[in-house]
Each structure stands twice: as C-alpha cells, then as structure tokens.
Design a protein around this ligand. Sequence first.
Ligand code: GRF
Length: 219
Amino acid sequence: MSTSDAATFRLGVLGSGKGSNFVALAEACRTGQVPARVALVLSDVADAGILDRARERGISAEYLAPGRYRTKLDEVSEPAYVEALQAVKVDLVVLAGFMRILKGDFLRAFPQRVVNIHPSLLPAFPGLEAWRQALEYGVRVTGVTVHLVDHGIDTGPIVAQEAVPVLDDDTPATLHERLQRVEHRLYPAAVAAMATGRIRVDGRRVVGGPSAMGMGTEA
Ligand code: GRF
C-alpha cells in the first residue's frame, strides 16, 4: 500500500523536546511495524529537536506558538493546533513529550483519539520527572504507561504498561534512560494496536492493547 493512500492511518505528533519517541514511532511506521504514517509534527518550542528529527525524515513539521500561558495552549493557539491537525486529517494525535496540558475543545475535536506516554506505572507518579519521583520515593519497580488523554493530568484510560526495575546504583539519568528504551518499544506497539482498530474503550478499561511483558501472566 502506498504511503499516500487515503486509507492510511494518519498520525499527528506533538512534542516539545528531543523527539526520541517520535523517532521510534517514525521508524516503526517506515518499517511497517506500525501501519500508519506521520502526517504532521507540531511543537510549541521553536528549536525543539523533534522538529529537526521530522524534517530530516521529510515529514512536515511546524512550530506553532503556544500563546500566553506556560502550561497550556491559549485561546488563539489551541484552535490553531486543532486546525493544523484536522487539515491533514489525522486519525490519532500522539503526544511525544508535549509539555502542555490539552483540555476542552482540543480533546472534543479528537474524542478518545489523543494518546500520551508517561515514564511511570500510572497512577503512581503523575506529572513532571516521574523517574526522579520514583527514585526519591524508593520504589523497586517503576515503568512506562501509554494512556488516552482526558481532562486530568496523566489520568486517562490505560492502553499499555510495562514494568521497569529500579537498580541499586540508579541515578535519575540511568533510570530515565532505561525507561526510555522501553518507551521506544511500547509506544509503537500501542499505536499499532490503535491503528489496526484492535483496542476498545469500555469506561476506564481499554481492551486489546499490547499485553504487559515480563509480568508473569502465566498461571
Ligand atoms: C518521554 O520520557 C515521555 O515519557 C515524556 O516525555 C519524554 C519525551 O522524550 N512524556 P522524547 O522527546 O520523546 O525523547
């Protein structure tokens, strides 16, 4: 199937940072592991690495000014993000390190079609620097969560989770790096499940996502 086929599942990726999850996803699309293509990358940070990573792959990438708030999009910028994504007919909005809260009209424009990745086993350690929170709390196991985005912060229905051990000599940097290696595998797997229509949302429960790995599901 040609990548310009109208039937191709189209992703819009939003990110504020270096874009390593975007790269993992774009590679998985290129190799066919994820039956989708990235139609557009948007960033609220003009010099974000994610924009460079997209452009060097020939993927459309735009900086869209976020407006006057620090943690969310303002009344002018939010509709601009929605319009840019709708203009290229995205089927799924993928947050890949997007550092602003999306609410209201944005979520209504893409109902149950916005997905995020978070570096902890939610509902533990929502918010910023979850790996540092895990280390400071002293948990022996943390992990990665892929979830649908709702009005809360890191609260939406969970699509996929994978546990990651905390080692005795971990620093925030080494734990974050181990979590990111898992993110780069789990996010494409979760997006593939969504692109192929395998998941079903039933209240808070999402059925059909990638199964948890290394979690001893055998009887
Ligand atoms: C990831 O650790 C993700 O869990 C969090 O933001 C980070 C983005 O990293 N939501 P990158 O820009 O994809 O490298």
